[in-house]
Design a protein. Structure first.
Ligand SMILES: [Zn+2]
Ligand SMILES: [Zn+2]
Length: 345
């Protein structure tokens, strides 16, 4: 028991070590290690992880497309787990609570962005599985204030993708133009299949664009309720009102601009994209908007998880054991899995 932990506020006995998949060096496969169990700081909790989603951002970190990660690093930011130990200054959570942990691991609350209710842009933010350790492990610590309480229906691995694919998809969706009826989605993976359920519930039509010739993803999009699915190089069969790009390909921005109507918005939902080719001003003209979506706020999380539970959103997942994290990442990279990939502990 460490000095920061309330006596009696842990499930005992806890092991002294845990299994984790660790990135020692970007560009190298993750390494399985037995490492000491992390201890919660005063405002943190220790969480026994049930499952952690595998996200494209994890690949961007491992490929050095996102710089300066903590090293060595335990990746993973779509965590579902149970609180098993409380830090000394925790106030809300209890032992046994089911929680979700997402990308925004901490925001300072006092920088100019936090004060403007843009904690997603916080100057002093910490990001789970990037600048602090994440969920490719049996346990993790997390700041109590940044844990989401989850309803019991989400106490299983299929809920993990809600914590990033779901949340970022939702934040992207809140950025599309008002009165959007026809929505284009470019890249039909984890985020798209969750968002489609929400958008259909709200009466929107989904046009799904995938890698050229990816008939499996196109069939998946139609199964999820898309009114049309086809190759990204094809023009949209209808003029769209807005577009959300989840695929990390900058060339999709001018493509989506050509597909949308005047006043429409192209939302870039990913954290990294390849370079955007130059394009004629004419396709932006007409008050079309291009915008990025950065991280998430806790408000997004609370709103989305409430809406998701009311539908209820279901995820298509392929589960991998924790020790097969490298295989799971390869499957994501190759696009061989439809829906979301989740590691189970
Ligand atoms: Zn993610
Ligand atoms: Zn801040």
């Amino acid at each position: 028991m460490n000095g920061n932990t309330k006596i009696g506020n842990s499930i005992s006995p806890l092991p002294s070590t845990m299994l984790a998949m660790v990135m020692d060096v970007p560009g190298q496969p993750l390494v399985a290690k037995a490492i000491p169990l992390p201890l919660p700081a005063a405002k943190q909790v220790l969480v026994k992880i049930i499952a952690c989603g595998v996200c494209r951002t994890d690949l961007h970190i491992m490929d050095s497309e996102l710089g300066q990660p903590k090293l060595p690093l335990i990746p993973g930011h779509e965590i579902i787990g149970i609180v098993v130990q409380l830090g000394a200054a925790t106030q809300k959570l209890k032992i046994g609570d089911l929680v979700g942990i997402a990308w925004l691991g901490f925001a300072c609350g006092h920088c100019e962005y936090c004060l403007r209710e843009h904690e997603n842009l916080c100057e002093n933010a910490l990001f789970t599985g990037y600048t602090i350790d994440g969920g490719y492990a049996e346990y993790t610590v997390a700041f109590e204030d940044f844990c989401f309480s989850l309803p019991e229906i989400y106490g299983n691995p299929s809920a993990a993708p809600l914590l990033c694919a779901g949340l970022i998809g939702y934040r992207s969706y809140t950025m599309i133009s008002k009165n959007t009826q026809r929505l284009g989605i470019y890249g039909f993976g984890a985020a798209a299949h969750i968002l489609t359920q929400l958008a259909l519930k709200q009466g929107k039509e989904i046009y799904a664009f995938t890698r050229d010739g990816d008939l499996t993803s196109q069939a998946f999009a139609k199964k999820m309720g898309a009114i049309w699915a086809g190759d990204s190089s094809q023009p949209s069969p209808e003029v769209l009102d807005s577009a959300i790009i989840f695929a990390p390909a900058g060339s999709l921005i001018p493509k989506a601009l050509k597909d949308i109507d005047k006043g429409g918005t192209v939302v870039c939902g990913g954290i990294h994209m390849s370079d955007i080719p130059s394009f004629p001003y004419e396709i932006l003209w007409g008050e079309r908007i291009i915008r990025s979506v950065a991280n998430l706020t806790r408000k997004d999380g609370h709103e989305f998880l409430k809406v998701a539970a009311s539908i209820p959103v279901k995820t298509e997942t392929r589960l991998f054991p924790l020790l097969e994290a490298n295989e799971a990442l390869a499957a994501l990279r190759n696009g061989t899995v439809k829906g979301a990939i989740v590691l189970v502990m």
